[in-house]
Design a binder for this molecule. Structure first.
Ligand code: JF5
Length: 247
């Protein structure tokens, strides 16, 4: 087990059922100035299946619908000066106050947030309602973060043009963990993450391609040897690509 040295998840207040299972369904509201960025990827394959099965009830909203001025302005210059524009608080408060209920978790996507990972995805998959605000421009008026948002989340240490792209990543990672969304292929994949190692290399037919052979052990049928080989390969790969994951 790897100590990632992070504080307890005091934000996650959902109660588990008597047998400890997460809620069977989740409502997700995404609030963005660019709803089209979210629509296509979240209506594809597995996300489509999750919505058909009513495991996920997904709504994508245009923040502009909550502006009240005639030009539908959602941003303004920063107080104190500086580059770019800041998202105004009023439409964001209006949207979230209309969409949320007592059990909602309000999430802001922002590069200044807490870093998203598989553990956070698992925690979020137990929530019953997520309201996801997509940051944009140079940032969001800080009163949104102080007085409206439960969790400020970053999907990684880089800056995107648009938080809607980050929201798609978060929703995909969370929804695939909900019961019944994936088949049995899921548990094994997540196992490797909980062991804190990268996946071992995978091969499929043909057993020889351009003279490159699949390792003999994988064709041997010896499951103990295969498991040992995969373990060793996972360690090698982790040391090479992600030494930070090894103590
Ligand atoms: C954004 C201010 C939001 O760049 C991101 C992002 C990166 N990781 N997670 C989110 O979102 C767009 C840019 C500037 C707020």
């Amino acid at each position: 087990m790897i100590d990632r040295n992070r504080p307890a998840f005091e934000y996650f207040t959902h109660s588990l059922g008597s047998s400890g299972e997460p809620p069977l369904a989740m409502k997700i509201d995404i609030v963005t100035l660019f709803p089209e960025i979210c629509r296509a990827p979240l209506n594809e394959s597995i996300m489509k299946r999750a919505q058909k099965k009513e495991t996920v009830d997904l709504y994508i909203h245009n923040l502009r619908d909550w502006t009240t001025d005639k030009h539908h302005v959602a941003d303004d210059a920063p107080f104190g000066g500086g580059q770019g524009m800041v998202m105004k608080p009023e439409p964001i408060f209006a949207a979230v106050e209309e969409l949320r209920n007592q059990t909602s978790k309000v999430v802001l996507m922002s590069p200044a947030g807490r870093r998203f990972d598989q553990q956070m995805a698992a925690q979020l998959s137990g929530e019953s309602h997520l309201v996801i605000i997509c940051g944009h421009y140079e940032g969001v008026d800080h009163r949104v973060i102080e007085h409206l948002v439960d969790l400020e989340i970053s999907i990684g240490d880089y800056v995107l043009t648009n938080g809607a792209i980050a929201a798609v990543v978060l929703v995909d990672a969370v929804v695939r963990l909900m019961p019944g969304v994936l088949g049995h292929e899921q548990s094994a994949v997540d196992d490797s993450f909980s062991r804190g190692l990268l996946e071992a290399p995978q091969y499929t037919r043909p057993a020889e391609f351009r003279s490159w052979k699949v390792p003999d052990v994988l064709l041997s049928g010896n499951h103990a040897e295969i498991a040992a080989w995969r373990n060793e390969q996972a360690r090698k790969r982790t040391k090479q690509n992600r030494p930070d994951l090894l103590r």
